[in-house]
Design a protein around this ligand. Structure first.
Ligand code: ADP
Length: 350
């Protein structure tokens, strides 16, 4: 089914905002309409305290449904900053260290590393936040059993801010908090980066020692948005020992070193480095090869922060919504060492 963005815009311009009598397209409430297959996605951006948010959302659904009966409609409501405060676009938010967790490919354990690193940071008493920027497949809500969470807006210094939701001592925010769990993977392009910009700039992250940012795999728009909107201190690259995964490390490193992004790469973590079966605890099986990550770190000049074995309980913890390091897992030691290594990097602010 081909949706015409023009036709959708035309339909929505028939909806009047009851307060002003002007249509919601002219008012700039409708933004970033996108269509893909049978999905129609858009952002509705309201001014703070707009009393008509739900009635307008309903009106949008009622306009689109009869014309595109087979379409799946995805609407993300966002809040516009109060127009009464034009002096500054965003409030000052001080975060000591912003650490972006990246990987060349999906499925190498980037989110697992993000969640467990944030957990050990919080355990050691650092004020820690976790931003799930993996807008195409947010897994943090599942990994922290936060699928039903809905963040609230608060006011600080005259700005409306999203209040992150605290779990295990970590202040968390994910686009998944604003979607149904089954809806993931559809935010692309401007709709995703628009939401992410708001998460970066209009979220109450102030006062954090560390904000861990779980990036999507690969390289792309989201990486640009995150590095433009947030003053990223350093990136960590997660890989598995396979050759292909390591080739992706080089690509990822080059992206961060690119002059437009220019973020220091503070370390490489090798995940799934070996397998130890529970019944043979002294045996290590190097399924994907040995020391690949270490060698790659040497070749690229990136500090090697450590290796994490394949342990069944890591996946089980992720699925159960409790970070493995808080669950008595054998990988707790590995993450403590990784954190020690990270804290020694000169870019990290104490
Ligand atoms: P990514 O964020 O790179 O896509 P995830 O962190 O979501 O990867 O991990 C993919 C899957 O692999 C998840 O089910 C996770 O629980 C599992 N996993 C990750 N690291 C390990 C590990 N070291 N041992 C066992 N399972 C792991």
């Amino acid at each position: 089914m081909i949706h015409s963005i023009e036709r959708i815009t035309e339909l929505l311009s028939e909806i009047k905002h009851p307060e002003t009598g002007k249509d919601i397209v002219t008012l700039g409430i409708v933004q970033n309409i996108e269509t893909e297959n049978n999905i129609i996605a858009m952002n509705l951006v309201f001014k703070p305290n707009d009393a008509f948010v739900s009635s307008i959302k309903r009106a949008v659904e009622e306009k689109i449904k009869p014309v595109f009966p087979d379409a799946e409609l995805r609407i993300l409501n966002l809040k516009r900053q109060s127009p009464k405060l034009p002096k500054k676009e965003y409030p000052d938010i001080h975060i000591k260290n912003i650490i972006a967790i990246a990987s060349g490919k999906g499925g190498v354990g980037k989110s697992t590393v993000s969640v467990n690193l944030a957990s050990v940071l919080a355990q050691r008493g650092f004020k820690t936040g976790l931003l799930d920027a993996d807008v195409y497949g947010p897994s943090i809500p599942t990994m922290l059993a936060m699928n039903d969470v809905r963040p609230v807006m608060i006011e600080r210094d005259g700005f409306e801010l999203i209040e992150p939701v605290e779990k295990f001592g970590i202040k968390c925010l994910s686009i998944g908090f604003f979607l149904n769990p089954d809806d993931a993977v559809i935010w692309r392009g401007p709709a995703a980066t628009g939401a992410l910009r708001q998460f970066a700039k209009q979220c109450n992250w102030d006062g954090l020692d560390f904000l861990v940012v779980d990036l999507p795999p690969g390289t792309g728009d989201v990486h640009l948005t995150v590095t433009q909107e947030l003053d990223v201190t350093a990136a960590i690259i997660v890989t598995t020992p396979q050759k292909v995964a390591l080739a992706d490390v080089v690509r990822g490193t080059n992206m961060f070193r690119n002059k437009d992004i220019n973020v220091p790469v503070a370390g490489l973590i090798e995940n799934m480095a070996w397998f130890t079966p529970a019944e043979l605890p002294d045996n290590r099986y190097y399924i994907f090869g040995k020391d690949g990550g270490k060698r790659m770190a040497e070749e690229t000049g990136i500090p090697f922060l450590g290796e994490i074995p394949i342990v069944q309980s890591i996946r089980e913890s992720g699925d159960a919504g409790v970070p493995a390091v808080l669950n008595g897992s054998v990988i707790a030691d590995a993450f403590q060492k990784i954190l020690d290594g990270l804290l020694q990097q000169p870019v990290i602010k104490k």
